[in-house]
Design a protein around this ligand. Structure first.
Ligand SMILES: C[S@@+](CC[C@H](N)C(=O)[O-])C[C@H]1O[C@@H](n2cnc3c(N)ncnc32)[C@H](O)[C@@H]1O
Length: 429
């Protein structure tokens, strides 16, 4: 996909201001990297130090390890045994590395599997999109699909602050430290279609922007420090974007990526996730996809493209406008004019707009609002549905699921019961 490659080259960084030029910068040491790796040849050694190359650095078989391959405060780290031998590599600063190191027990809990074996989808060419994952059988809502621990974690500022040649070297070195099987899986995503023209690691990171935040940096001197990291899950790479996707995903407390079917998928239908916020206005979604998904073309999915009838698109825009307006009212405890019909309409709009990856939020808002009006049976029904949807969208340990379980267990005992009626002095005697 040379167009995508060119696009990524031209605009490689989701620029948050500033550039590599003019920043304090330290040349990284030239090293002979780990010899047993397949990608070493592709690595571009950065400027050598005056004293010449350092001896080879070989990570230990077990344990956390800090290489001396750094650029400024960003270094390459690894643990080749963690997550039951899957291993992990990082390019980040010492403090954020230590946060991940402390998560070892969590990383070891990664399930690292497709929930069905072989997975119920196959890699297939999708018209206008490239290689994607297509269902090989019908899949029901709620079916868990996959759970994978991360193999590469890169501080977001590496892509902004480290010079291209050096960051390429850091990234290639990090991947070279992964155990053989993991490295092979990683490298496969660089050329899924088998064109013989692999993507750079940076293109891979930007093509599928999963982000985690490791929390507020303790050593922060300036307000602009942050701990946002781009994370790679190679097995997920084949799943392409749709603004109205049929699979939901979240990153769990163990940093594992988990995907679940969000609406019924027919055999032969592409399995998709949303790479961006599905609530963005359509124009923004189109713009984003065009810029970041390569090909220089908008996303060909139904929710974005012009090839659908203009009427359909206008309807979708109108639905979103109505939905957001209703949502603002329903989320405001002080609204006085909410009716059962408005709540029903709100839910219907989610379904019509195919926002199946956000039903948890819709059902939760509905449950609260029915309860405000004293409609305890409907409140209970939607609280239960919010629990089910929340498991798909954020997992059983997510705050929303816990809160909705509590509400469902006793709707009349919940603060929201008859809240609006009481405020308006309308509580039936
Ligand atoms: C993580 S990869 C997905 C697998 C990819 N098709 C491949 O062969 O490597 C992300 C890339 O897939 C393509 N892609 C994903 N979703 C797309 C969409 N909705 N429309 C067009 N291209 C898409 C873009 O080229 C994007 O950079």
């Amino acid at each position: 996909d040379p167009d995508a490659a060119a696009a990524a080259e031209a605009d490689p960084v989701p620029s948050a201001g500033g550039s590599a030029e003019g920043l304090a910068y330290e040349a990284i040491e030239k090293v002979d990297i780990f010899t047993d790796n397949a990608t070493a040849a592709a690595a571009t050694p950065a400027a050598s130090t005056a004293s010449g190359p350092l001896p080879a650095q070989t990570p230990p078989v077990e344990g956390w390890w800090q290489s001396k391959i750094c650029s400024d405060t960003f270094c390459v780290f690894t643990n080749r045994r963690v997550a039951n031998g899957r291993g992990i590599a990082l390019v980040t600063n010492l403090e954020d590395f230590q946060k991940v190191e402390r998560m070892e027990n969590h990383l070891n809990k990664g399930e690292n599997k497709f929930h069905e074996s072989p997975p119920p989808f196959a890699e297939t060419e999708v018209v206008d999109k490239g290689t994607g994952a297509v269902a090989t059988k019908p899949l029901r809502r709620g079916k868990p699909l996959m759970s994978w621990s991360p193999v590469l974690i890169v501080h977001r500022d590496v892509l902004r602050d480290v010079k291209k040649k050096d960051r390429t070297f850091l990234l290639e070195t990090a991947v070279s430290y992964l155990p053989d099987t993991t490295r092979e899986v990683f490298n496969r995503q660089r050329d899924i279609a088998g064109t013989g023209n692999p993507k750079s690691i940076e293109q891979i990171l930007l093509a599928h922007p999963f982000e985690i935040d490791l929390g507020y940096p303790q050593t922060s001197q300036q307000g602009e420090d942050h701990a946002k990291h781009i994370v790679n899950y190679p097995e997920v790479a084949v799943v392409q974007h749709d603004c109205r996707p049929n699979a939901a995903f979240y990153i769990d407390n163990n940093l594992s990526f988990r995907a679940t079917v969000a609406r019924r998928i027919a055999a032969g239908e592409e399995l998709t996730i949303s790479y961006l916020d599905p609530f963005l206005p359509r124009a923004k979604r189109r713009e984003w996809v065009k810029k970041h998904r390569g090909l220089g073309k908008p996303c060909p999915c139904e929710a974005c493209v012009q090839k659908n009838s203009f009427e359909q698109l206008k309807k979708s825009d109108a639905r979103m406008k109505e939905l957001l307006k209703l949502q603002a009212k329903l989320k405001d405890h002080d609204s006085r004019d909410i009716t059962v019909e408005m709540i029903d309409r709100y839910i219907k709009l989610f379904e019509e707009e195919k926002l199946h990856i956000r039903l948890g939020e819709a059902y939760e808002t509905a449950a609260h609002n029915y309860n405000y009006l004293g409609e305890d049976k409907l409140a209970k029904k939607y609280a239960d549905m919010a629990v089910q949807a929340g498991m798909i969208e954020g997992g059983s340990e997510s705050n929303d699921v816990i809160a909705m379980k509590i509400m469902a267990s006793d709707v009349k005992g919940h603060y929201s019961y008859q809240y609006t009626l009481k405020r308006l002095g309308k509580v039936p005697k």
